[in-house]
Design a protein around this ligand. Structure first.
Ligand code: AQP
Length: 328
């Protein structure tokens, strides 16, 4: 089975975009792949944060991943900072990546706007991401458009290291998640729904109450002509609602458009809210059960970290030997 690796940052409350764009597919991939899923808390340190919040969010994110269907019996679920291989390999790869290639990363250009207070960690973020992937001889990485450039960098770093020091790393391939959907902000449908960039009204959190979900969908920005057609360029808000209804009810966009084209936006919004509430309710129920047993959650994470350590340790030994470092 091909080995797949994916991560999620505990930078805020998980939202519908994280679920429909990534986590839902992760749960499916557990059966067809050897899957590793990681709460990447070290990445979350690259922007300003509160230590207590990071701890809580790391626990909540892991609990939500379990509630969303990740099953520790079928995948390796762990927290990044509990496996030292990530930081060890990141340093070695920092000495392989160049300043010029990191300087070209568009996500750094977007996020690193605040001059001298930008951390070296934010700049080197893509190298840590390369380490996350390469430490496990990963074959495949499911990526959205925003991460494609980082994955290309991970491949370039792996190839350069292999050329310089001899075959060491598996060079990973990007895959496009078949069920992936890009979920847009409900208030500004030209940007993606995001933990840290969206306003609360622009987001649907995985734990939001049905009343909140209904309110947010009803007040989602659309347009004024009340004509239902799927066109993300001219009608981005409407296209987002149609996408949400289609993916949460497992229908095609065409089927949803033809069902609602003679109705107004009000009926479409009601149906979309109903579908999202139905999609999230089993996750919310499982989350309530799991959060009353946090010992179970931390036990699963400890086991996941142990397994991740045992999978990464031969890779790190190989890298150290090729790079000329004495055995510890
Ligand atoms: N709006 C989205 N639609 C579809 N997929 C999305 N993902 C994130 N937002 C959407 C996917 O979720 C996975 C985990 O993302 P992440 O937490 O590592 O970072 P991100 O992509 O930067 O997500 P956010 O919510 O925007 O976080 P912040 O605000 O902290 O940067 C990824 O697979 C991502 O594609």
């Amino acid at each position: 089975m091909a080995r797949v690796f994916s991560g999620i940052q505990p930078t805020g409350d998980l939202h519908l975009g994280n679920y429909l764009g990534a986590v839902r597919q992760w749960a499916i991939d557990q059966d067809s792949h050897e899957a590793l899923y990681c709460v990447v808390d070290l990445h979350a340190m690259t922007a300003s944060y509160e230590p207590k919040e990071l701890t809580t969010r790391t626990q909540t994110t892991a609990t939500l991943l379990l509630a969303s269907g990740l099953d520790p019996a079928r995948c390796t679920l762990f927290v990044q900072s509990q496996v030292p291989a990530h930081t060890e390999l990141a340093w070695i790869l920092n000495c392989t990546a160049t300043f010029g290639e990191l300087n070209r990363m568009t996500q750094f250009k977007d996020k690193g706007q605040s001059g001298n207070s930008v951390t070296v960690g934010l700049f080197a973020y893509p190298v840590l991401m390369a380490a996350d992937i390469l430490a496990y001889d990963t074959d495949q990485v499911p990526v959205g458009d925003d991460q494609r450039q980082h994955l290309e960098l991970a491949r370039d770093i792996a190839l350069r290291f292999n050329n310089r020091f001899g075959e060491t790393f598996t060079v990973p391939k990007a895959t496009v998640p078949p069920l992936g959907a890009r979920v847009m902000d409900l208030q500004d449908p030209t940007i993606k729904m995001s933990k840290s960039n969206s306003s609360p009204q622009g987001i649907i959190g995985l734990l939001d109450a049905p009343k909140t979900i209904r309110k947010r969908i009803r007040s989602a920005v659309t347009d004024s002509d009340n004509h239902i057609e799927f066109n993300p360029d001219t009608k981005p808000g409407l296209a987002n609602l149609l996408t949400l209804l289609a993916v949460t009810t497992e229908q095609s966009i065409e089927a949803v458009v033809s069902e609602y084209e003679s109705s107004g936006y009000g009926s479409l919004k009601d149906a979309t809210a109903d579908a999202i509430i139905a999609c999230l309710s089993p996750i919310q129920e499982r989350y309530a059960d799991l959060s009353s047993d946090l010992k179970y959650v931390s036990g699963q994470l400890n086991q996941g970290a142990e397994r991740a350590r045992s999978l990464s340790s031969p890779v790190i030994a190989r890298v150290r030997e090729r790079a000329g470092l004495l055995a510890p």
